[in-house]
Design a protein around this ligand. Sequence first.
Ligand code: SAM
Length: 224
Amino acid sequence: MQRIPEADLMDDGAQAKAYAEADFSEPHENFIALFKQQWPGWDVIGRVLDLGCGTADISIRFARAFAGCEIEGVDGADEMLAYGIRAVAAAGLSKRIDLRNVYLPDETLEQPLFDAVISNSLLHHLKEPMTLWQTISFCAKQNTDAGTPVFVMDLMRPDNQAEVLRLVERYVASEPEVLRHDFHHSLYAAYRVDEVRAQLDAAGLHQLTVQAVSDRHLVVAGLL
Ligand SMILES: C[S@@+](CC[C@H](N)C(=O)[O-])C[C@H]1O[C@@H](n2cnc3c(N)ncnc32)[C@H](O)[C@@H]1O
């Protein structure tokens, strides 16, 4: 099935509200569980960058899972960040999670300052997918003894339209129309495993692996 890009930023008020109010506990807890499965017993300490943090649900879950880290969440949509800032405050994590408006690519992220880099559901939104892999190459600390974890989860484009409709029906049937619309279009905009592998190789990130982890998600992971 041909890829159909979608808008990059989620800066519409109704869209951000629906996203902030949706229950993403299953895929987002799976993000944390898969990270821990990738590096059993690894305690993430130091500065973590969450690229395309949106309403900060992943940032909050990650901060709770790893008490020794501070998170910088970046996103280009103020509408999403406003919900994120409120959620971080409500979780009592304002001292450990800092959110700021950054539209990628951005030169402030071109320094190797981060002890881990995470991202969920950003890749398929970007106008140019190499932006994500180049940003990660720049901002992850490299040549540390243990290595710097990179963990990226995204949707995976189905083979055909029937499968898109099945996934929409299975996972968002009871959600508001705006969320069903977004999920439907995001599935068309998502990449396949072989396409992401080609992106990683083009970026020189041969040490990162990519694999399908559910009927709709893929994960890119590895140490830089
Ligand atoms: C589907 S949301 C994911 C949000 C969050 N990571 C989560 O899992 O809940 C994708 C986010 O990427 C942001 N985004 C898309 N393109 C971007 C860009 N070029 N720079 C910064 N943020 C971007 C959107 O504004 C949106 O908040």
